[in-house]
Write a protein that binds this ligand. Structure first.
Ligand code: ZN
Length: 291
């Protein structure tokens, strides 16, 4: 499942293809993803220039010159591929990945955008947990998708003081507290496990029981874990900077995630990584050095 660094990598990869470009053609091959696409979805995209490409939590936001913003969420398995050779394949056509009758390859390619220079951007999602919608740009923060979100973890608004206040009196395990999007936006299962491991904090500890000093030390660790992953995603983009490809999924080595039974690796710790289930999600941690 794509988390914040993967989504940020998709955004960066899309930027040269979409920012300040006009969407010449848009096509939705089905009426819905997780929820129905908005009325006249393709019509509202066609002919619009993308003025900015932003990210909030795990959403990509493409501001259009119509005053609307295209919101994209990749869900569990959404993928975006760029085909910049589209014009060469078939000028003005969606030939590369789009059999008009919906047959054959590309049957999970649900939304296609073609820019004025012939670049084709394809949204593929075999499980269809993704989301695309259009909202008014001027009031985007008031939209139900965004109005309850906590601060961006990589922004200056995500501070020790904020997290200390958010954890105050919170009787849930810290793992669950950090997954709460009202506390901090965009943090997911993998990077919460990684951050707690590096901060030597047990995922089972109740949020309210963590001293303010330890909360303060956790904040920069969360930022560092995410920054490293965003940087790894950036290097993966450079690998195909001048070619086409699928955006956002890259090789990244985790220290604790999906490493059950392996040695801890923390200096001086002889512990083994353990997997437990919390609130229906896998948690990986070292019971020896995470307290
Ligand atoms: Zn350990």
């Amino acid at each position: 499942m794509p988390e914040l660094p993967e989504v940020e990598t998709v955004r960066r990869g899309l930027e040269p293809a979409l920012t300040d470009r006009v969407i010449a053609r848009a096509h939705a091959r089905r009426p819905d993803l997780r929820v129905p696409l908005p009325p006249n979805f393709a019509g509202r995209l066609t002919g619009r220039r993308v003025t900015a490409l932003r990210r909030r939590a795990k959403y990509i936001l493409a501001d259009l010159d119509s005053g609307e913003t295209l919101v994209i969420h990749l869900g569990m398995s959404g993928r975006i591929t760029i085909h910049s050779d589209q014009a060469k394949v078939k000028p003005g056509g969606f030939a590369h990945k789009m059999p008009e009758d919906g047959s054959g390859d590309g049957k999970h390619d649900h939304v296609l955008l073609e820019t004025e220079d012939g670049t084709l951007i394809v949204y593929t999602d075999h499980r269809r947990f993704g989301l695309m919608t259009l909202i008014p740009t001027h009031s985007w923060t008031e939209d139900a998708l965004f109005n309850g979100l906590g601060p961006e973890p990589l922004s200056d608004a995500f501070t020790a003081a904020h997290l200390v206040a958010a954890f105050k009196g919170k009787k849930t395990p810290i793992k669950s507290a950090l997954l709460d999007q009202r506390v901090v936006a965009g943090l997911g299962n993998i990077y919460v496990c990684e951050a707690l491991f590096r901060a030597h904090i047990s995922p089972k500890r109740l949020a309210k029981s963590l001293s303010p000093e330890r909360v303060a030390r956790l904040v920069p660790v969360i930022k560092k874990v995410l920054e490293e992953a965003v940087a790894a995603g950036g290097s993966s983009l450079r690998d195909y900077a001048h070619t086409d490809g699928e955006l956002g999924y890259f090789q990244h080595r985790f220290r604790v995630y999906d490493r059950a039974g392996k040695p801890c690796g923390t200096k001086g710790c002889k512990g083994q990584i353990k997997r437990i289930v919390q609130a229906g999600r896998s948690t990986f941690y070292c019971p020896s050095c995470q307290k």
